[in-house]
Design a protein around this ligand. Structure first.
Ligand SMILES: Nc1ncnc2c1ncn2[C@@H]1O[C@H](COP(=O)(O)OP(=O)(O)OP(=O)(O)O)[C@@H](O)[C@H]1O
Ligand SMILES: [Mg+2]
Length: 442
């Protein structure tokens, strides 16, 4: 492997940042996050199949946000033509912070659920051994033995494999639809290797490959001459991922095909921040779990305060509340990938600087969560090694497969702990802010 000097070169190979030590996490909230995950899987799946709900929830967003509008257009076209495939594969990650109350206890509050290209299931399958080793070297044997096993890679691959089997075409491949410039290849490789272990062929392809060689034959998707059973999107969640109209055509081609899409367009839309905000409104969750009040309660307990910015009195009230105390909130546009959220006085600048009042409907407002800080060393490339004040974020990986009406798999397949220096308000591992960690339960 060649390592070049230029930091942004696609040929530069570097390690993913991690904490030197694991971070203490209360047992109860950790198990709460894992336990609610299968309900979140059902919720996402049910939303994805409810076009009326999606239309109503996203109407104000679509009017001002071009990217969401484009995705929604694909969704409508697929509905009109009829869905080709009754196998649904969902791989998601629900992220939480532990909000610290005045009495010192912490409660699990969801940041958001990622239904598209939720990453670090691969690398977080390797970090337990890393921390075990470090703790042993540091002479902390007892802690080393308490590091939890974690293997989301196997669980995510298990769900992909199930979808591939149901597709039932022996030579067909699992296509990883990857970025033009690879930034997280080893995370994806861990899942690929789990599939190869099961003798399931995988290939990495870019949108451009689909543009140039993709075709439908009796609705079956072929890319580079190979039939595709499953498309696992690891690219396509940001506007800048679609560099030309042809990339949008490729997305549509995939959506129309018989290939199992992870996620399909409805599931992609179910993961928007606007949907998250609408779900927090009174009575909405109940519609998706009409006979399961305990499930509604279990999910609702993880919600932070979320507020609409739709035009009208309720949205006006949200604006007034945000302007009066901006430090209490986070303003979020419909974007993924980190670094897009707005905090503190910037919230006022954005809300007061809009040319058209309706521009506000591209955003939602959320209560800012205050996790308990802890001290750790963050091992990051080119950064000095120093003790930092850190905040962490816990993720739970969900995996499910539905075949027609039957949920044939619905599991929580592991966890992720990411830690960042408290000086950063936003940003994940991919943008170089957060690093990989492990929970040490207490
Ligand atoms: N309500 C909140 N309170 C405190 N911090 C928050 C809140 N919402 C988001 N953050 C911080 O901002 C980061 C990014 O937020 P979010 O996940 O909503 O955005 P995203 O662009 O979808 O990120 P990702 O790429 O991780 O999906 C979180 O990882 C967290 O550190
Ligand atoms: Mg996200």
């Amino acid at each position: 492997m060649r390592i070049k000097e230029t930091p942004n070169s696609s040929e530069l190979v570097t390690y993913t940042s991690f904490t030197l030590f694991p971070t203490p996490v209360p047992k109860a909230v950790f198990h709460q996050a894992l336990a609610v995950q299968t309900h979140y899987n059902n919720l996402v799946d049910r939303i994805s199949q409810d076009p009326d709900f999606l239309q109503e929830a996203l109407a104000s967003t679509i009017a001002v946000d071009d990217f969401t509008a484009r995705l929604f257009k694909i969704h409508q076209q697929i509905l009109k033509e009829g869905r080709s495939q009754s196998i649904v594969l969902g791989l998601n990650r629900s992220d939480y912070m532990l909000d610290q109350s005045e009495d010192g206890t912490s409660s699990l509050k969801q940041i958001e659920i990622n239904t598209f290209a939720a990453s670090f299931g691969g690398l977080s399958s390797r970090t337990p051994d890393l921390h075990r080793q470090i703790l042993k070297v540091a002479g902390r044997l007892e802690e080393s033995e308490r590091i939890l096993d974690n293997n989301p890679a196997a669980g995510l691959a298990g769900a992909i494999a199930k979808a591939w089997e149901l597709y039932a075409s022996e030579g067909a491949i699992v296509m990883f639809l990857v970025e033009d410039t690879q930034r997280n290849i080893f995370d994806q490789r861990c899942i690929e290797y789990e599939l190869w272990k099961k003798n399931i062929p995988t290939r990495r392809k870019r949108f451009d490959d689909v543009c140039k060689t993709g075709s439908l034959q009796d609705k079956k998707l072929f890319v580079d001459g190979l039939e595709v059973a499953v498309v696992y999107f690891r690219n396509g969640y940001m506007p800048q991922n679609y560099v030309s109209e042809q990339y949008w055509d490729a997305r549509l081609l995939i959506e129309r095909s018989l290939a199992v899409k992870c996620p399909d367009i409805g599931t992609h839309l179910a993961g928007t921040k606007k949907v998250q905000q609408v779900l927090a409104q009174p009575g909405v969750l109940k519609k998706f779990f009409p006979d399961q009040p305990q499930v509604v309660e279990q999910i609702r307990a993880t919600f932070a305060g979320l507020y609409t910015l739709d035009m009208g009195p309720e949205g006006d009230q949200t604006v007034a509340m945000a302007l009066a105390a901006p430090d209490r909130f986070v303003l979020k546009p419909q974007r993924e990938g980190g670094g897009n959220n707005i905090y503190g006085s910037e919230i006022c600048k954005i809300l007061e600087g809009m040319k058209e009042p309706s521009e506000r409907t591209a955003y939602i407002l959320m209560d800012k969560i205050h996790p308990t800080p802890s001290k750790n060393y963050l091992l990051m490339r080119d950064a000095p090694l120093q003790i930092s004040n850190c905040l962490c974020e816990l993720g739970a990986f969900g995996a499910y497969v539905r075949y027609g009406e039957d949920m044939v798999m619905n599991e929580c397949v592991g966890h992720l702990l990411r830690t960042k220096s408290s000086e950063h308000a936003d940003g994940g591992v991919a943008v170089g802010v957060a690093v990989l960690d492990n929970p040490l339960l207490f």
